[in-house]
Design a protein around this ligand. Structure first.
Ligand SMILES: [Mn+2]
Length: 339
């Protein structure tokens, strides 16, 4: 096990533990639009801190916790506060997990540097700004929960059932169900140990994956019935207008986490999947996915549209009509990929 821990985690683990030992009251948060790696890591760390005799508080941050996570242990006790609403005098340490930048603490009111409170960052995003006093950023980890699993082992924290469920769900979802890189034997090994501690993990996965709203399905149906292909079928585009969303009474929170572009790129030959969702009049969220990130690096397409992201998954926002947005995206794709 020890040989499998990355050098950065080995180096920072004792430094982080020393700070925790000095603290009495620790603040933890979930990032905006939290995923199970965010909530699960925060909850598991809270339980670990309590085991060490510390007071620990998790705040939800900018966004409400999705209903689909209600079976994760402790999640219903997350404090419904944003970072800016917290009185930092109540805490002597802030641990920010799975959050690459100050915007991931709060998009609405990001804190300014230097951080107003002693801060430890634990993350796995390559783009992490290192905004903490101690920064443990392990890009070889597919989930922040995986880093915590290793830290707890090094700190002799015993992983309880409640911690195991939260860590398992963080790893399970951030790896796309153990199918994205960098999932490796270490990750499967950690998951096996967590599954031993939380043998009902399949029920928790079931409850998370089967708590959709009907609006989410109507949204998906609408998007998929709009598909058009361009540039010899290399580019597939699905559109949903603001009008459609209003007519079908589909609220924003119901379409969160549904990746239409992911579905599009699953078709052989449709090399780039693009969804254009008009969330507000003339404000179009562009989501880009590719099945071939070497030839069709979508971070480049996102960049020329004013957005950003990774080679296989990227996004942008366009302030224009749907017709103009579609034309622009196709034009830029044609230029960039020589189609
Ligand atoms: Mn993560």
């Amino acid at each position: 096990m020890n040989a499998d821990i990355s050098p950065i985690t080995k180096e920072k683990a004792p430094l982080i533990l020393a700070e925790i030992k000095k603290a009495t009251s620790v603040l933890l948060h979930c990032h905006p639009l939290p995923d199970p790696d965010s909530t699960g890591s925060a909850m598991a760390m809270k339980f670990a801190l309590e085991q060490m005799g510390k007071k620990a508080t998790v705040i939800q941050g900018d966004s409400a916790i999705p209903r689909a996570f209600q079976h994760f242990p402790g999640v219903l006790g997350i404090v419904k506060k944003k970072f800016s609403e917290v009185d930092l005098k109540d805490f002597d340490l802030f641990i920010s997990i799975d959050s690459g930048s100050l915007n991931m603490i709060s998009q609405e009111h990001p804190p300014n540097l230097p951080m107003p409170i002693e801060t430890i960052v634990i993350d796995h995003h390559a783009t992490n700004d290192q905004y903490g006093d101690i920064n443990l950023v392990d890009v070889s980890a597919p989930a922040a929960a995986f880093i915590l699993f290793q830290l707890f082992d090094m700190w002799d924290v015993s992983i309880t059932y409640d911690m195991a469920v939260n860590l398992f769900m963080g790893i399970y979802t951030d790896t796309g169900g153990f199918k994205y890189a960098p999932t490796d034997y270490r990750v499967i090994g950690a998951a096996a140990e967590l599954a031993r501690l939380a043998p009902n993990f399949t029920e928790v996965i079931f409850s998370m994956e089967n708590s959709r709203t009907k609006e989410a399905l109507y949204f998906q149906a609408m998007a998929l019935s709009s598909i058009e292909t361009f540039l010899e079928d290399n580019i597939a585009i699905a559109t949903v207008s603001y009008r459609n969303l209003v007519d079908k009474k589909i609220p924003e929170e119901c379409i969160r986490g549904i990746s239409i572009s992911d579905i599009l790129k699953s078709v052989v030959g449709w090399n780039v999947g693009i969804s254009l969702i008009e969330r507000q009049p003339h404000e179009i969220k562009v989501s880009l996915r590719t099945r071939d990130k070497d030839i069709f690096d979508v971070s480049r397409l996102a960049a020329v549209l004013g957005g950003g992201g990774h080679r296989a998954a990227a996004a942008a926002v366009l302030k224009m009509s749907m017709t103009d947005a579609k034309k622009l995206v196709v034009e830029k794709a044609k230029e960039l990929y020589n189609l």
